[in-house]
Ligand binder design. Structure first.
Ligand SMILES: [Cu+2]
Length: 155
């Protein structure tokens, strides 16, 4: 399986509830500025995948994610860009990783594909405050493309 690794990551959005913020790696200031410019509070947060073929977006549920508490995400995989059609022949593999500590989650989430080809990922968890990376790998046609979202979570 060929894995296409990500290049630059477009900024996804910002969560104004001050519990969790999805940020761009390069500029928190830009994220805060964009938040003032009426970016949706709880997502969806979207990026173009590493190979450029997909637009992958997610929304957390509940919108306010707490440390050490299970939450779900809804994921849509679109062809091309944010206005592209939702793909029904792609597989999703989600993960959460805390790179500064070198560990992931202590739980294994359950990936459910719905009839409308969106995904419900049940049972994700961030066990501690800090910077996490949400990894959404999309497998389609023998290739994997990756979307990364930095998530800063605090108490
Ligand atoms: Cu950690």
């Amino acid at each position: 399986m060929e894995l296409i690794l990500p290049g630059s990551i477009p900024w996804a959005g910002a969560n104004k509830n001050m519990k969790m913020r999805v940020i761009r790696k390069v500029s928190v200031a830009l994220a805060l500025f964009a938040a003032m410019a009426c970016v949706p509070d709880d997502g969806p947060f979207g990026v173009v995948s590493s190979g450029g073929r997909y637009y992958i977006e997610f929304s957390p549920s509940p919108a306010t994610v707490d440390i050490n508490r299970l939450f779900d995400i809804e994921v849509q995989i679109r062809a091309g860009g944010a206005e592209g059609e939702i793909l029904c022949d792609a597989a999703l593999k989600p993960d959460l990783f805390m790179s500064s500590h070198g560990h992931g989650m202590t739980v294994v989430p359950n990936v459910i594909r719905r009839e409308d080809c969106t995904f419900l990922v049940r049972g994700m968890m961030m066990e501690m405050p800090g910077l996490w990376t949400l990894i959404l790998d999309v497998e389609r046609g023998g290739k994997i493309e990756r979307a990364l979202f930095d998530i800063d979570i605090w108490q």
